[in-house]
Structures are given as C-alpha cells and as structure tokens.
Design a protein around this ligand. Structure first.
Ligand code: NDP
Length: 240
C-alpha cells in the first residue's frame, strides 16, 4: 500500500462535527485516526471515509481513560513516527443547570473530557506533532467560554480552561513548525445542540458538513496563524 499523505487524529469522530471533519480530512488526502467510545458510530464514519476515497484507523476508547491516551501516542509513533493534524473536537455538555445544582459526577466528566483529556493528549502527542513538517492542532470551543451565560456554567468553564490550554500550547509552539488554534463552530445541527436547545428548529442551523471545510483549512500546512480563535460565522461572511 502507498504511504498515506498527512496523518490526522480526530476525537469525537463517531458523530456530529467530528464525523464530518474526519470525512472532509480524508477527502483532502489525510489518513484519519478516529477516536470515540461508540464502535458503531466509528464504523459508520469509516464507511463515509471509504466512500470519500479515504482510509481510516478506528480507535474506540474513552477519553477518561488517560493511560489509553498515553498508549495512543506510543502506537501512532510506532506506526508513523509523526502526527500532522490533531482535531481536538470531542466534548460533553454536562447538564444546563444552576451552578449550585451542578451534579458532581457531571462536573467531573466535564473536567475529564473537555480539559484533562486534551492536556493528556498534548502530553502524549507533542513529540509526534513536532516530528511533522507542519503539525497543526485545532481545539473546539464555544462562545460561552468568553461570554458566560446563566445555567451554562459547567460547560462554559470547561471551554474557558480549554482555550487557556490551547493558547498556552500555541505560545510554546511558536518557534516550531506546529500551529495551534481554536475553532468556535457556533450553534450547529448535532446531537449535543439538540440536547442543549430541544425547542429549537435544527433546520435553521449550519450542519457539521458546512463547518468541515474551515476545519480542513485550519489543519492544513498553509494555515500559518497561531493562537487564533476563529468563529465559523465570521469566516463564512462573504468578502466585501
Ligand atoms: P456530539 O455530542 O454530537 O459529539 C460529541 C463527540 O464526542 C462524539 O463523537 C462522542 O463520541 C465524543 N465523546 C464524548 N465523550 C467522550 C468520551 N468520554 N470519550 C471519547 N469520546 C467522547 O457533539 P458536537 O459534534 O456537537 O460537538 C463537537 C464539539 O463541538 C464539542 O467540543 C462541542 O463542545 C463543540 N461545540 C458544539 C456546538 C454545537 O452547536 N453543536 C457549538 C459550539 C461548540 P462517543 O459518545 O461515541 O464517545
């Protein structure tokens, strides 16, 4: 088999924005490594990747299993010796509730999945990203990280911490070939959005497939900006 082009790791690839990103990255010539817990969802993404002419490696794991994240870096190193693109997309919403009523278990999950797993992945993947000719990292945040709203506190604080993590890593990578940025997709037609806003008509929202081209662009070697937050809604505005 011919050597693949760029290697991309996508977390949260079993549905939603992660799935659409994986398919678009594969169509753009990446071999995609797909991470999520739901094997059936990963397999459906794999089918879409193949239909787009690409190839995938499926890695079913729980991002709360931090030692599995260490092993993931080691496996990628053994197989390819580098990682070219890391789409740090997986996230949980927790529950919308007053902070005083935030379920401690959900709070632990928000911190583990949205923050700690990403810090552990950077620890595991940093040497691989630096070994790439143009390592690119893209974290997914949300408007509430910078504009807190009542009842969104658990999710908002986890995304604020994630943005701090991303900008710190961007600063540390500034003198290397690695570029680290943040995407705010805005309200998008996915299962997470439907849970957050059950009364909303999803047809009014952009789909993950609408967002995917921006993700491919921000993970490409041509994307030279570092430490930037890009809002999908602003990127979409027609020039002039
Ligand atoms: P979905 O809920 O549709 O998908 C979330 C993905 O994360 C799934 O693939 C899920 O896989 C994975 N995931 C969740 N927990 C774990 C875990 N413990 N281990 C491994 N994988 C996990 O969400 P979206 O596609 O909507 O969201 C993607 C990102 O975009 C998130 O970071 C979200 O915060 C952000 N975002 C979304 C917006 C929206 O309107 N949709 C707006 C702003 C930001 P599985 O369950 O199979 O493990």
């Amino acid at each position: 088999m011919a050597e693949p082009g760029r290697i991309a790791l996508v977390t949260g690839a079993s549905r939603g924005i992660g799935r659409a990103a994986a398919v678009a990255l594969a169509a753009a010539g990446h071999h995609v490594v797909l991470v999520a817990r739901t094997v059936g969802g990963l397999e459906e993404t794999d089918d879409l990747v193949r239909a787009a002419g690409g190839s995938a490696t499926l890695v079913p794991l729980d991002l709360k299993d931090f030692t599995a994240l260490d092993r993931l870096g080691a496996s990628l190193f053994e197989r390819w010796g580098r990682l070219d693109a890391f789409f740090a997309n997986a996230g949980v919403l927790g529950a919308l509730s007053p902070l005083a009523h935030l379920d401690p278990k959900l709070l632990d999950e928000l911190v583990a999945v949205n923050i700690t797993a990403n810090a552990r992945l950077i620890r595991s993947l940093d040497p691989l990203l630096r070994a790439s000719e143009a390592g690119r990292v893209l974290f997914v945040s949300s408007s509430v990280a910078r504009k807190p709203r009542a009842f969104w506190g658990g999710y908002a604080m986890s995304k604020a911490a994630l943005e701090s993590l991303a900008l710190t890593y961007a600063a540390e990578c500034a003198a290397t070939g690695v570029r680290v940025n943040i995407l705010n997709p805005g309200a998008t037609h996915t299962a997470m959005r439907a849970r957050a806003m059950p009364g909303e008509d999803p047809v009014t929202l952009p789909t993950p497939e609408d967002i995917a081209p921006l993700i491919v662009e921000m993970l490409s070697p041509e994307w030279e900006k570092n430490g930037e937050l890009v809002n999908y809604r602003e990127w979409k505005l027609p020039a002039g």
